[in-house]
Design a protein around this ligand. Structure first.
Ligand SMILES: NC(=O)c1ccc[n+]([C@@H]2O[C@H](COP(=O)([O-])OP(=O)(O)OC[C@H]3O[C@@H](n4cnc5c(N)ncnc54)[C@H](O)[C@@H]3O)[C@@H](O)[C@H]2O)c1
Length: 381
């Protein structure tokens, strides 16, 4: 099954409303404005002053604004929505848009819970509208190069990430439970799935808060995931770690049959193996601008983009599995987490057509895997 296509391109740009004009929304407003294949036709935010200020900041004070994204999209003949609201608003805003006939490009995480993420995947099936999640740190040329190296190393035994930074955000991140796992580690977990080309089987995690932490919730975590095929993905991170800080992409090591590969997260990865380097795939696109371009191309061609909701949801499942393991002290099976999430979605979902789609999935893991897309073809470095 594929999604509805929309004839669009640089000569006929996709008309887009951006919803959520907060910190990250500004990046998306710039991306939609700069991309020749898209046209910004409105800004929605619950806080209309924020929307108006953002329009003025773009030099377009007359740009339509509104508090209700889907109503604004109807008023402006928009063809798609970019959802950069807070995680709790991802499900309501995206579901309403899909059922109004609008494809959606959303910020990570898919939704604030795995159950709501599954509901959105089912809503995308029911409506036939594309829902793609932008996991911006996946659109990185060096990460693509590292993936190519892992393919050359043969079987991979261990993949590790060290993530040590010391940001003072203020605001919700310093108040929430498990800020590192929920707000940040999803990027590295998503990259690990991409690098290994494998899905998680189980998670064991300890989360803790260093005594000097300025976060209320656990700002440090150590997790081990068993991946399909037997590799272990090991994550070790802290948001309270001044000195010798790693890249925000983390510092990576892959240990394989024929050697190792290292990536410091900011510079070209290094292959340490006695093998002849092969031509390696590169991401043709970078960051949120890259995700936006791929979204528009997928709408035009009908192709399934990397980050399509089904594929992306397993990254959120890794987060929920790690949090559950940290809470219970037990090793957690991803299939159990997926089953519990579907049960929650069936309880919460108000639309009978979405409930029927969810209930009809023969295997949650199988359905999520069914939309997997190979990374974009190699492009010039
Ligand atoms: N990819 C990245 O590297 C990255 C970085 C930062 C944030 N993010 C993600 O971007 C999203 C937004 O984060 P942020 O830091 O910009 O948050 P923010 O709080 O700065 O901005 C969110 C905005 O959404 C608006 N909003 C909330 N609910 C709404 C609704 N129902 N309708 C319309 N507007 C609504 C709020 O008024 C606010 O202006 C989050 O999902 C976050 O995880 C991603």
């Amino acid at each position: 099954m594929t999604h509805r296509t929309i004839p669009c391109g640089p000569g006929n740009p996709l008309r887009v409303v951006v919803v959520g004009a907060g910190a990250m929304g500004q990046n998306w407003l710039t991306a939609v404005t700069d991309e020749p294949g898209t046209e910004l036709v409105g800004i929605a935010d619950l806080d209309l002053d924020v929307a108006r200020r953002s329009a003025a900041g773009l030099g377009r004070p007359d740009l339509p604004v509104g508090a209700d994204a889907v109503a604004l999209a109807a008023d402006t003949d928009a063809q798609a929505l970019v959802n950069v609201t807070v995680p709790a608003a991802h499900h309501p805003v995206t579901a309403t848009a899909l059922f109004a006939g609008l494809p959606v490009l959303g910020e990570k995480p898919v939704a604030d819970t795995l159950g709501r993420a599954l509901s959105l995947a089912a809503a995308s099936e029911v409506t036939g509208e594309l829902f793609m999640v932008s996991q911006s740190r996946r659109w990185n040329r060096q990460l693509f190069a590292l993936r190519g190296m892992l393919e050359e190393l043969g079987a991979i035994g261990t993949l590790t990430t060290e993530f040590f930074t010391s940001p003072h955000f203020g605001g919700f991140r310093e108040e929430m439970a498990y800020p590192l796992l929920i707000d940040m580690a999803i990027h590295t977990f998503d990259s690990a799935r991409f690098l290994l080309g494998a899905e998680p089987v189980s998670a064991y995690c300890q989360a803790y808060n260093p005594p000097w932490s300025w976060f209320s919730g656990d700002a440090a975590a150590s997790a081990v995931f068993e991946m399909e095929g037997g590799a272990r993905y090991v994550y070790n991170g802290s948001w309270c770690s001044p000195g010798a800080e790693t890249s925000w992409n983390g510092a990576w090591r892959a240990s394989g049959e024929k050697g190792s590969a290292l990536w410091d997260g900011d510079n070209e990865p290094v292959l340490v193996a006695d093998i002849r380097p092969a031509e390696r795939p590169r991401s043709p696109y970078e960051g949120v601008g890259g995700a936006l371009r791929v979204f528009a191309e997928s709408l035009r061609t009908g192709s399934t983009p990397m980050g399509e909701v089904h594929e992306n949801t397993m990254s959120l499942a890794m987060v929920e599995a790690a949090v559950l393991s940290a809470r219970t002290g037990q090793r957690v099976l991803l299939d159990d987490v997926l089953d519990q999430a579907r049960a929650a979605a069936l309880r919460e979902e108000t639309r009978s057509d979405v409930r029927a789609a969810l209930a009809g999935w023969p295997s949650i893991r199988g359905v999520l895997a069914s939309r997997h897309q190979a990374p974009p073809a190699a492009a010039p470095a």
